[in-house]
Design a protein around this ligand. Structure first.
Ligand SMILES: *[C@@H]1O[C@H](CO)[C@@H](O)[C@H](O)[C@H]1NC(C)=O
Ligand SMILES: *[C@@H]1O[C@H](CO)[C@@H](O)[C@H](O)[C@H]1NC(C)=O
Length: 821
């Protein structure tokens, strides 16, 4: 992996990072003794080099040196202090503190419980095979309603927050279960509702019985929350058993395991074989010589009841003295329905789906898609693991919070840089404050080099979901800078809101130097050999196993690129991202009255179609393409078996390797038509008067290439690697299936060209309508059929596939319905 870093000026060696001792270098000075001055100079140079190496080593995890973006957090933003910020759980609440009190829900049906704990639901797991789950209403601030279908049972989790006091107020969650059809009525269900504090939380919790209440609640106190109680109310239904657990857990990543090892199965002597499954109450080791009991950090309340059943869990802040009454029962129902009304009203005001003639069930679908994105916003805290060519192995990034949506609550319940730029389009349409706060958190993760790690695995819970080999992030590696898409979108649609509200322009002011640094990082580290060209770093030129070395950094993973990565490669998508970045910064500079001339010039240079065409237009196929050392003649094959003595069978267990049948040559990678070929059009760099626009439009509607009845596939059917595996173990990912983020960009571009003066605007308009309909129709059809929104859709059948629910960028279907681009 070549590094493109320019040497830094020497005066940096005196910076605060040159902490390595110079004494080691003096040993080598002996032979120059008679050159006293020369010696000093040489020592200084060697010390300088060592100090400089130390300096380089620490750069990767040194924060960007400017005012922080997030200036208000925790209790300074009381109305977003509490939230459903644990997206990887079916249901859980926490605060926006580095170390919070966390609460959560587990449940099981005793008749399905396995002795090893299988059957207990906690984290959103594909393996649970739920028929459907997700937030169907959520406003990102005050309330949410979620529906979960677990076999014949329907579980509803809702919460409502209530301001009061000085510690973020109260909230109540209502959990209910009903059976669909009468067959499973009176079946037993067990709910486990817990409160836990993380290792570093300053505070305590303990189980408490309140008055004559049946269920054990919690009292506690933490630095952030002050004193509080958690009580259980209004269990309507037939309760069979209650029990609790007060114990010590090793951490949030093993809560379920702690519960499983604590469960006790009891045979009831009266009824013979009938079993009860209960928690044992206090389960605390004694610690220290005096036998003093250790403090619990996990309190679980279990209630086993017959379906249908409902209960409420109320968190009440001790700082709220003049509470008119608890937020339970009727009061809860009234407040919930008031917030629901506001939500439906605001949803129509923002997206106008009713006005556009969508039917009630289509609107309900859109609300669910949107709500599971917003309800999936999490709050994480911890340190990534990073690496540069100057560090000896991976080193920790600094500890930091991240407030961010997630691509998928089950499969990717953490922040991803390039996904988040797409999420931002929907979130800013709903609540600009929330989106600017999300952007602020992400940009605080920028290091002094102007780099932001692309996958954020912060905290124990997040880490436990990621395979070891994907944890470390390298500072040579980029990811599409999609936050420029968000910012561009905000400027285009909500420029008035930016100036009208106090604080918004301040956010842009603080963001500006970081955007500049980000741009410089891209423009410096990802630059290509020829002027005006760019190249994604991080491809493996030496791999023998991959049919086409992946380009994870581009976000398009296995999308075919030049077969032999080298310095000559140039990537058309990256070039277009940088063009968008330059134009967006120059626009922000204008709003802030700064001098953005440099960015304006770079934009003009990159947007010039004649240079673009020279670098990326393939005259042979009449399409935009990457350029590089390439051959299409590659196949995966088992290597020939090693020679073995006659009569001995050699097992064929070696992995297939790539065989190159024809030497690569420098050329356009133009046999692979697909999403990458569309970028000059997608990012609206292509001149509206250009006949090349006409060609792009013709290619779009060609069913042999990308067009399907369900949206545009990622790679043309005619491409050599269409639906080909990249290794034996890696099925095609961006080699055919339909992705919604890119389809959104196509629809958005079609809308743009149909509104721009151009000989092709009518044609663009027709395609716009058709593509939009196809996408909406298929995603809704699949949602009805399967209960989910999916990561991608099959280009032959339209069926949803890979992870689910994927209400990250696939929820952009809401903006397509609303025609907001
Ligand atoms: C819920 O609790 C409140 C307050 O204790 C009570 O007034 C109300 O009747 C209860 N509702 C149900 C359904 O039990
Ligand atoms: C980006 O890099 C190119 C090539 O080094 C340079 O000419 C251009 O000025 C840079 N743009 C900005 C805005 O810094």
């Amino acid at each position: 992996m070549a590094r493109q870093r320019k040497p830094l000026p020497v005066d940096h060696t005196n910076s605060r990072h040159s902490k390595k001792s110079p004494s080691k270098t003096q040993v080598n000075g002996g032979i120059f003794l008679y050159w006293r001055q020369g010696l000093v100079v040489i020592c200084l140079v060697i010390a300088g080099v060592i100090g400089y190496m130390g300096y380089l080593e620490t750069r990767v995890n040194t924060p960007f040196d400017e005012q922080k973006m997030v200036i208000k957090s925790g209790l300074d933003v009381p109305d977003r202090y509490w939230g459903s910020y644990r997206p990887g759980l079916y249901f859980g609440m926490k605060t926006r503190d580095p170390y919070s009190l966390v609460t959560g829900l587990m449940w099981y049906f005793p008749h399905q419980l396995h002795p090893d704990g299988g059957g207990i639901r906690h984290w959103c797991e594909d393996g649970d095979n739920l028929d459907r789950y997700g937030w169907i209403e959520h406003d990102g601030r005050t309330f949410g309603v979620q529906e979960i279908e677990d076999g014949p049972f329907k579980i509803t989790t809702s919460f409502v927050k209530k301001p009061g006091g000085r510690r973020g107020g109260d909230w109540t969650a209502r959990i209910s279960v009903t059976s669909q059809g009468s067959q499973m009525r009176y079946e037993l269900v067990s709910f486990l509702l817990y409160s836990a504090i993380e290792e570093k939380t300053k505070g305590w919790i303990k189980p408490s019985r309140f008055g004559n209440q049946l269920l054990t609640g919690v009292t506690g106190e933490t630095d952030g929350l002050g004193a509080f109680t958690v009580k259980f109310y209004n269990h309507s239904g037939q309760v069979e058993d209650v029990s609790y657990l007060s114990t010590i857990t090793e951490g949030l990543h093993v809560l379920k395991e702690t519960v499983i090892t604590s469960l006790r199965v009891i045979t009831d002597p009266q009824k013979g074989i009938q079993k009860r499954i209960i928690l044992p109450g206090e389960l605390l080791p004694s610690s220290g010589a005096e036998g003093k009991r250790a403090e619990p950090n996990l309190v679980v309340t279990q209630v086993t009841a017959r379906v249908p059943f409902e209960l409420e869990m109320a968190f009440e802040s001790g700082s709220y003295f003049d509470r008119p009454g608890s937020l339970i029962g009727e009061a809860y129902s009234r407040e919930l329905s008031r917030l629901q009304d506001d939500f439906h009203h605001k949803f129509e005001e923002k997206f106008r789906l009713e006005a556009k003639g969508y039917k009630p069930d289509e609107i309900a679908f859109a609300k669910a898609a949107f709500s599971n994105l917003l309800g999936g916003v999490g709050y994480f805290y911890g340190a990534s693991r990073v690496e540069s060519s100057y560090t000896r192995g991976p080193v920790p990034y600094w500890k930091a919070p991240l407030y961010s949506a997630v691509p998928s609550r089950s499969f990717f319940p953490r922040g991803f840089l390039w996904d988040e730029g797409f999420h931002g389009l929907l979130i800013s349409s709903w609540d600009l404050d929330i989106e600017l706060d999300i952007i602020s958190h992400w940009f605080d993760l920028m290091n002094v080099e102007g780099w932001i790690p692309r996958e954020q695995i912060l905290g124990q819970e997040a880490l436990s979901k990621v395979p070891e080999q994907f944890v470390t992030q390298r500072n040579t590696n980029a990811n599409p800078p999609t936050f420029f898409l968000t910012l561009h979108f905000i400027l285009q649609n909500f420029a008035d809101k930016l100036t009208e509200k106090e604080g918004h322009l301040g956010t842009l002011e603080r963001l500006y130097p970081r955007l500049q640094a980000w741009f410089d990082w891209f423009n410096g580290t990802q630059i290509g050999d020829l002027s005006g060209s760019y190249r994604w770093r991080g491809r493996d030129a030496l791999t023998k196993r991959e049919l086409n070395p992946v380009t994870l950094t581009s976000g398009l993973d296995d999308y075919p690129r030049a077969s032999h990565p080298d310095m000559n490669e140039r990537h058309v998508d990256l070039r277009c991202w940088i063009t968008l970045a330059a134009s967006t910064i120059s626009e922000i500079a204008r709003i802030l009255n700064r001098n953005g001339q440099k960015y304006g010039n770079t934009y003009d240079y990159l947007a010039d179609n004649s240079l673009l065409n020279e670098l990326h237009w393939s005259p042979r196929t009449q399409s935009y393409a990457d350029f590089g050392l390439h051959t299409d003649a590659v196949v995966l094959k088992h290597p020939p078996p090693p020679k073995s003595p006659p009569g001995h069978q050699v097992p064929q267990n070696t992995d297939k390797i790539r065989v190159v049948l024809k030497d690569p040559e420098l050329r356009f990678v133009d046999s692979s038509f697909g999403y990458v070929s569309l970028f000059p059009f997608l990012l609206q760099i292509l001149d509206p008067a250009s006949p090349k626009l006409n060609k792009v439009l013709d290619d779009l509607i060609n069913p042999e290439l990308l067009w399907t009845n369900y949206g545009l596939r990622s790679l043309a059917k005619t491409a050599p690697l269409y639906m080909k595996r990249n290794t034996e173990h890696d099925p095609p990912y961006w080699r055919g299936p339909i992705w919604i983020n890119l389809n959104y960009m196509v629809v958005r571009a079609l809308d743009h060209y149909s509104k721009t003066d151009s000989p092709y605007r009518e044609k663009a308009k027709t395609i716009y309508q058709e593509l939009k309909q196809n996408l909406i129709k298929n995603i809704i059809k699949e949602y009805r059929r399967t209960g989910y929104i999916w990561e991608q859709y099959n280009d032959k059948t339209g069926q949803g596939q890979r992870s689910r629910p994927f209400t990250g960028w696939s929820s952009l279907v809401v903006l397509i319905m609303a025609e907001i681009y």
